[in-house]
Design a protein around this ligand. Structure first.
Ligand code: ATP
Ligand code: MG
Length: 439
């Protein structure tokens, strides 16, 4: 390499401006070729950016094919009409690979202009579209923000088994599998294990797959999704958990604003304003039910849970009255919550639990857990459960646990709502639903 040549790994486009007049070497894929008379524009897709290049060498132009992987040598020139204020004047191209076949679908338009089904069928290709991939860069940003928050708050990251012997939530949507002749399940949440780890590290979090055999094709359910779970000990009340969540989301949105401006702009997304803890609307489930029924003159069909329509209406109402796109709903009825959720002693039948609803959809469920052995066993017996089946779970309660609680957030749901998507599949790289197992 000549001394004057600068090898650009994935430098930011702003950095490129510093190289005007210099030779650079940069690798990427030829995303788009636009032939003009006597020269052509080439858009080079790098790990994160789309760099405008210009080529006026006839020989180079002739051999060029979109989606070739190349190493370019080029001179950087200032160009105010280019996206980053600079463009690359191509000097030579080294081909690392050339596509074997024609693209089955147009991926280098402004959007991938086809049905969601088609987009998903051709996912390895359609994700190369700049808007499609921006979705997942933003998703990465959310997780980086969460991790930054967890680190700041001294949470330990854990990894719990996904092949388990009993389901935390139970119910119909559990995947069964044959485990060397024994019945096993795919984990529906890391619930039991993250609680156990509170006894070890006090504050833990996990980002991992969650499996739900959802039998219905809905716009908000996947059969495998990314759960962001945390659990923490020595809490004073379950509102400590809600407070943590507000701070965690705030940090993630801040990071997006600081480092993902290009992707947000590309998708035309404005970040939601998360009010400070104390100002985020919180209301009890029973109140929320009543409010929605009154305001919208509708008779609830189900008394112990929200119908999806009610979540939408509640969000609408809260936005109108308090200007917030987030609302915590607390004190869900005992019967609708799992056996480990703590009941409110002052209000039997209601639990110390909450959901966070964002733009009309539940994105989180959380709450305080029962930490005393006697209370937990009594609750299980009351529910007709066989306590013996839960020996390994109850070990922690028997041997001392602090008051604790936590939450589970669905990463794809948050991403979808943040980006204004109707269907959660748009926010999953390779979604698994009742009909889809590939790609
Ligand atoms: P819903 O009532 O909407 O089916 P849930 O109450 O059963 O959801 P939880 O067990 O509370 O879900 O799971 C915690 C979080 O995980 C939810 O708030 C949601 O963000 C996400 N989640 C749950 N099920 C799914 C799913 N099938 N696909 C994607 N995300 C999900
Ligand atoms: Mg829930």
């Amino acid at each position: 390499m000549e001394k004057s040549q600068i090898n650009l790994p994935e430098s930011s486009p702003e950095e490129l401006a510093a190289y005007v007049g210099k030779r650079v070497i940069v690798h990427g894929s030829i995303y788009k070729i636009r032939k003009m008379s006597g020269f052509c524009f080439v858009i080079l897709r790098t790990a994160r950016h789309m760099l405008q290049c210009v080529c006026d060498n006839k020989e180079l132009i002739e051999g060029m094919a979109e989606e070739s992987c190349v190493i370019l040598t080029a001179k950087v020139a200032g160009e105010s009409r280019a996206r980053y204020g600079v463009e690359l004047h191509m000097i030579s191209i080294e081909y690392l690979s050339v596509p074997e076949a024609q693209m089955p679908i147009v991926i280098n338009g402004k959007v991938v202009d086809t049905s969601l089904e088609n987009k998903l069928d051709f996912r390895p290709l359609t994700l190369r579209n700049e808007k499609e991939r921006a979705i997942f860069k933003i998703q990465e940003g959310l997780l980086r923000g969460f991790r930054r928050f967890f680190e700041k708050e001294h949470f330990t990251e854990i990894h719990t088994p996904k092949i388990v012997s009993e389901g935390a939530e139970g119910g119909a949507n559990i995947f069964r599998l044959d485990y060397f002749g024994k019945e096993a399940y795919l984990a529906q949440s890391p619930q039991f294990y993250k609680q156990m780890m509170v006894g070890v590290f006090e504050r833990v979090y996990e980002v991992g797959p969650v499996f739900r055999a959802e039998k219905h094709d809905t716009a908000r359910h996947l059969n495998e999704y990314m759960g962001v779970d945390f659990e923490m000990g020595y809490i004073k009340s379950f509102s400590d958990i809600m407070e943590m969540e507000v701070k965690m989301l705030t940090m993630a949105f801040e990071l997006l604003g600081q480092e993902y401006g290009e992707e947000l702009a590309l998708l035309g997304v404005e970040l939601p304003k998360m009010q400070a803890w104390g100002n985020v609307p919180i209301l009890k489930f029973s109140e929320a039910k009543r409010l929605v029924a009154e305001e919208f003159h509708r008779e609830p069909k189900e008394c112990h849970d929200f119908e999806p329509e009610e979540e939408k209406l509640l969000s609408e109402l809260i936005k109108r009255k308090f200007g917030s796109e987030f609302v915590f709903v607390t004190h869900y009825p005992t019967g609708k919550r799992p056996f480990y959720v703590m009941e409110d002693p002052d209000s039997p039948g209601e639990t110390f639990s909450f959901d966070l609803i964002f733009r009309g959809l539940e994105i989180t469920t959380g709450g305080q857990r029962i930490h005393e052995y006697g209370v937990q066993v009594a609750k299980m017996l009351e529910r007709g459960m066989d306590v013996k089946d839960f020996d390994s779970y109850l070990m922690m309660h028997k041997h001392g646990m602090p008051p604790h609680g936590g939450l589970g957030l669905g990463l794809e749901r948050l991403t979808a709502k943040l980006l204004g998507f109707e269907n959660i599949r748009q926010a999953s790289l390779f979604p698994r639903d009742i009909h889809r197992l590939t790609p």
